[in-house]
Design a protein around this ligand. Structure first.
Ligand code: NDP
Ligand code: GDR
Length: 370
């Protein structure tokens, strides 16, 4: 039985990857942070009672900023594969906490690589580093490939650039099987609520169910190459099964504006929008609502641009070319963007119906102080 260690196990990708590896018969260890509230929602369905025999899923407390913790865990677990997914992963937030982002996302990666080296596990342990299309930043060429130069545009991307190169350096210096997956944006129903796709699908569900009137977004012109997280975690595993340690672009090859993602999401609840104005004055109103389940007034303003969501430096256009992964590893996307939007909308409608029942029953969302 192979043993995998996943940092960032409580995140979107950590949850899907844990499921994937458990199905493949792996023993999976995950590192989670101590938190004052439960932070394991995404992996609670995988939890196993420690009193039962034949465990194959274990959680350990840890943090990417704590070297001794990481060294001890890697020593105890002796993993065949490490998937380094832990990161302060929000680009806009990285402008607010740049030093912490550098520490966790950049130096954190060094801590993992160096722990493996210090413990003499260079020949045993393969390492996957969660690199990102944010490395490309300011457009140098499209579509972006493994050869496109980097031009990071946020403290997050700069930290990830250090992580990218320290992974390459340890591979070359110590002959370690350490690889970067340069993954373009990937989403799912369990995507963090403040990333734009989930912010949109949640808000659209709430508006359709009459729980909210409108919501606010930043740059509607940004273009992203959005895939489904399930397709992308499969590729993380494939990268570590390859014959040689290399770096790989993973993307769908198609790009869509934030505005079009909004339109697609409203379309799933039968609402057609009309966009008015430009830049920070742009807004969207309901042109017609075709689904009798959702009673939205024609002419209702449902979206406004709010400049507070603009970033000091923006990444305008991402579109990836995953030819190398397709040709050498046989990777293919199984999900189209339209399937992804439908799945996210269905899931958020289901979730928000719970709030609707509470509201109808005269209850507000649970508040400890009432
Ligand atoms: P999430 O934000 O959903 O998850 C991040 C995970 O990292 C969470 O488990 C979080 O814990 C954990 N974490 C954050 N800081 C620390 C720390 N200091 N020590 C230990 N754990 C920490 O991200 P995704 O799952 O979407 O992404 C996974 C990785 O892939 C990230 O590194 C991200 O930067 C990268 N990436 C993501 C892409 C995407 O489109 N999703 C594309 C390209 C790269 P907690 O739950 O406690 O917050
Ligand atoms: P990104 O994802 O920055 O690409 O990083 P995000 O969904 O946050 O933004 C995508 C684009 O949408 C624009 N945008 C908004 N974004 C957010 N979050 N909130 C808004 O209100 C809003 N309005 C417009 C943004 O300006 C941006 O252009 C994600 C993360 O998962 C990273 O960890 C990962 O490395 C990259 O994807 C690839």
């Amino acid at each position: 039985m192979k043993i995998a260690l996943i940092t960032g196990v409580t995140g979107q990708d950590g949850a899907y990857l844990s499921e994937f590896l458990l199905k493949k018969g792996y023993e999976v260890h995950g590192i989670k942070r101590r938190s004052s509230l439960f932070n394991t929602d995404r992996i609670d369905h995988l939890y196993q009672d420690p009193h039962v025999e034949n465990q194959n899923f274990y959680l350990h407390y840890g943090d990417m900023t704590d070297s001794t913790n990481l060294i001890r865990l890697i020593k105890e677990i002796q993993p065949d594969e490490i998937y380094n997914l832990a990161a302060m992963s929000h680009v806009a937030v990285s402008f607010e906490i740049p030093e912490y982002t550098g520490n966790a996302d950049g130096i954190g990666t060094l801590r993992i690589l160096d722990a493996v080296r210090l413990l003499g596990l260079e020949k045993k342990t393969r390492i996957y580093q969660a690199s990102t299309s944010e490395l490309y930043g300011k457009v140098q060429e499209v579509p972006q490939t493994e050869k496109t130069p980097f031009y990071p545009r946020s403290p997050y991307a700069v930290a990830k650039m250090y992580a990218f190169w320290i992974t390459v350096n340890y591979r070359e210096a110590y002959d370690m099987f350490a690889c970067n997956g340069i993954l373009f944006n990937h989403e799912s129903p369990i995507r963090g609520e403040t990333f734009v796709t989930r912010k949109i699908t949640r808000a659209v569900a709430r508006i359709a169910l009459g729980l909210q009137d409108k919501f606010y977004l930043g740059n509607l012109d940004a273009q992203r190459d959005w895939g489904h997280a399930k397709d992308y975690v499969r590729m993380m595993w494939m990268i570590l099964q390859a014959e040689e340690a290399e770096d790989w672009v993973i993307a769908t090859g198609k790009t869509t504006t934030v505005r079009d993602f909004v339109k697609m999401s409203f379309d799933r609840v039968g609402i057609e929008l009309e966009f008015k104005g430009e830049g920070e004055n742009e807004s969207a109103i309901v042109k017609q609502c075709k689904d009798p389940d959702y009673q939205i007034e024609k002419g209702q303003e449902v979206l406004k641009v709010d400049p507070r969501y603009f970033r000091p430096t923006e990444v305008e256009l991402l579109i990836g070319d995953a030819s190398k992964a397709k040709e050498k590893l046989g990777w293919e996307c199984q999900y189209e963007l339209s399937d992804l939007v439908s799945e996210m909308m269905e899931s958020d409608i289901k979730l928000m119906r719970k709030d609707q029942y509470l509201k109808k029953g005269g209850y507000k969302t649970l508040n400890y102080f009432e």
